[in-house]
Design a protein around this ligand. Structure first.
Ligand code: PGA
Length: 267
């Protein structure tokens, strides 16, 4: 059996610092329309904190879910400027992006800190999208697998014990926001390696976890990326900032489902 067909494709839009104002719920409304006409793809959007509550309100009564872009690890206490997993869950967030390379790079987030955040997120019942990926220098030095393996090893036990669906996003740092996506062969190689490690850590996790690709995914290259056997969806930045391009990627994901086989509900 092609196990890919048992995992619902997941397309997640990472808005970063964009649409944090009134344009956030407006775009969320457009994304809800996309979700209404899409039955076989799970759609998630990750607005900035300031637009979370408004986007959650817009997405009520729809299948689209809302993600936060980060979380603080302790659940309460004095920590100016931070938001806890329990608060995110309480306002209606379902997902959280963790360990994005921008956070690892700009805020020096270590593998250990990402693991602490994952622990907090899982404890609150948030579904995680854990990001991993190598820099250009690491890629050029032939260290891609080593880097991705050690980033994932730091969270392997938590992922294996998770009681909610989990997703991993492989995002080569050099491909993010560069307009230069990795080629499908490179993507599939890394995704296959990730699937193999997940199998070693927990065979069930390997069949249920969705492994997304991220890094300059756009409507033009989505088909070749999503056709890779071990790619279960995409984490989309720039192309998620406009409803038309996000919808086009969701349509490609939906077509790839019809072209393979009927998929059962998500992981
Ligand atoms: P991009 O961003 O699609 O603009 O490359 C992806 C991401 O950072 O998650």
């Amino acid at each position: 059996m092609n196990l890919k067909t048992s995992r619902t494709p997941l397309i997640a839009g990472n808005w970063k610092m964009f649409h944090g104002d009134h344009s956030g719920p407006e775009l969320a409304t457009e994304c809800v329309k996309i979700a209404r006409v899409t039955v076989d793809v799970e759609i998630v959007i990750a607005p900035p904190y300031t637009a979370l509550a408004a986007c959650i309100a817009e997405s009520r009564e729809s299948s689209m879910a809302i993600a936060a872009q980060d979380v603080h690890s302790p659940n309460q206490g004095a920590c100016t400027g931070e938001i806890s997993a329990e608060t995110l869950k309480a306002i209606g967030c379902c997902w959280v992006i963790l360990g994005h390379s921008e956070r690892r790079r700009i805020f020096a987030e270590s593998d250990e800190l990402v693991a602490e955040k994952l622990d907090a997120a899982l404890g609150a019942g948030l579904k995680p999208i854990v990001c991993v990926g190598e820099t250009l220098a690491e890629r050029d030095a032939g260290k891609t697998r080593h880097v991705v393996h050690s980033q994932l090893s730091a969270v392997s036990r938590l992922l294996a014990n998770a009681s909610v669906p989990v997703a991993i996003a492989y995002e080569p740092v050099w491909a993010i926001g560069s307009g230069k996506s990795a080629n499908p062969k490179e993507i599939e190689n890394v995704h296959q390696a990730i699937r193999g490690w997940l199998t070693e850590w927990d065979p069930k996790l390997a069949t249920t976890a969705r492994i997304l690709y991220g890094g300059s995914v756009d409507p033009d290259d989505a088909a070749s990326v999503l056709a890779c056997p071990n790619v279960d969806g995409a984490l989309v930045g720039t192309a998620s900032l406009q409803a038309a391009s996000f919808a086009a990627i969701v349509r490609v994901a939906s077509t790839s489902v019809t072209h393979t086989a009927p998929r059962k509900s998500g992981a």
